[in-house]
Design a protein. Structure first.
Ligand SMILES: C[S@@+](CC[C@H](N)C(=O)[O-])C[C@H]1O[C@@H](n2cnc3c(N)ncnc32)[C@H](O)[C@@H]1O
Length: 376
């Protein structure tokens, strides 16, 4: 069937989504990833101003080629790759039908990257984890590596052993699992890039629906890679009172008891990325590049606006969880954020979900700020 996306007409198979990902026959297509693709196109537009030399774009797991087609329409020199011959034919036909230059190749992307790289922009959009493709991408990418990961359960620590195996880190199942997952993913990607003496810094990231997406800008050089690794560290988290503390460094000192409530139920996660997951100015620039021909323009603008305003603390709180702990009915999110700010702390909403909030205040400080005299 033909669908319209971003002002282009693309032929795609029937939709496959969620649990059926990676299974079944036929070329893959997921219409609910339109937000991801709209943000990608806006990012490719904004990235031009940041790095005008970025010209080649590898749609590394092309399927129908819809990403590659949209990137080609933006003027990028596109290669669509897939191991599925039917996907390659469809991607080639879609480029052709839209009168766009670009090639579609029947190759394993790891081999392609080493044989034909470097590519200026590499876009990894696999089923599940991107890790099997990360070495080739960082070794043979020049400017920007775009990565989707849909294996959120391993990433956030819900499937702990799988997360440890895939990501070489210990993620922990907390009430800020979108952030835990994103920072576990970025940690693994940054450490992969460092193997090739490259710094990989996230300039935009979001966690939407069942996936994490991050855009990492590369800088070559051992010193740059060393500096980047400085932003890795650990988070200690109390399962009882929700206290948490981030500590930079490669080695975590064990925390025997929570300094807030004395509980011995303290989890340590790491190494995770403790630096910013987005560059606020770049997120604003990407937002300006969202256009009305995008089917998810409204959601993309909202998402990017929140990302641009979000504090870059490495954990977020769930406002409803806090109120549950406090035994009080929750107030509106805007009012909550305002009250915490009025008490002299930094606070923002977080894009992960409607009840996600970030603050430099501790939980007792937030409680005091929002409940005031009722806090005792
Ligand atoms: C999730 S789909 C890609 C979706 C597509 N990017 C989109 O936006 O609609 C993953 C694709 O990766 C392809 N793939 C899996 N392993 C690959 C490999 N080693 N090299 C290239 N493509 C691969 C699969 O055949 C499948 O078409």
């Amino acid at each position: 069937m033909d669908i319209e996306e971003g002002g282009l007409t693309v032929s795609v198979p029937e939709a496959r989504d969620g649990a059926s990902e990676g299974t079944g026959g036929g070329v893959f297509f997921n219409p609910t990833q339109e937000l991801n693709r709209d943000v990608t196109v806006a990012t490719l537009r904004a990235y031009r101003d940041r790095e005008p030399r970025a010209a080649s774009y590898l749609d590394a797991m092309a399927a129908s080629g819809i990403r590659g087609v949209r990137a080609a329409a933006e003027g990028y020199r596109v290669t669509c790759a897939d191991v599925d011959a039917d996907a390659v034919d469809l991607a080639a036909a879609n480029l052709d039908a839209n009168g766009l230059d670009g090639e579609a190749v029947h190759r394993d992307v790891n081999a392609l990257l080493y044989d034909e790289g470097p590519f200026d922009v590499v876009d990894l959009d696999p089923y599940g984890t991107p890790i099997p493709f990360a070495d080739a991408a960082f070794a043979n990418g020049r400017n920007l590596i775009c990565v989707t990961a849909t294996d959120t359960a391993p990433l956030c620590g819900a499937h702990l052993n799988s997360g440890i195996r895939k990501y070489g880190a210990v993620p922990r199942n907390t009430d800020y699992h979108p952030e835990m997952g994103l920072r576990t993913l970025i940690s693994a990607l940054v450490r992969t890039a460092a193997r090739y003496d490259k710094a990989a810094r996230p300039i935009l990231s979001h966690v939407s629906r069942h996936y994490a997406r991050t855009y990492l800008e590369l800088e070559s050089g051992a010193r740059a890679a060393d500096d980047c690794l400085e932003a890795l560290g650990h988070v200690d988290h109390c399962e009882d009172c929700l206290w948490r503390e981030a500590t930079p460094g490669h080695i975590a000192d064990p925390v025997a008891a929570c300094p807030e409530c004395g509980s011995d139920r303290v989890l340590t996660a790491g190494p995770i990325w403790l630096g910013p997951v987005a560059d606020a100015d770049f997120a604003r620039a990407v937002r300006r590049e969202v256009t009305d021909d995008m089917g998810e323009a409204k959601r993309a603008r909202k998402l990017l606006g929140t990302v641009a305003r979000e504090l870059d603390t490495p954990t977020h709180y769930d406002q409803h969880r806090l109120y549950k702990e406090w035994g009080e009915p929750a107030i509106g999110m805007e009012e909550f954020v305002e009250r915490v700010r009025a008490a002299g702390h930094e606070a923002s909403r977080a894009h992960y979900r409607g009840t996600a909030v970030k603050s430099t205040a501790s939980i007792p400080e937030m409680r005091e700020a929002v409940l005031g005299d009722d806090a005792d």
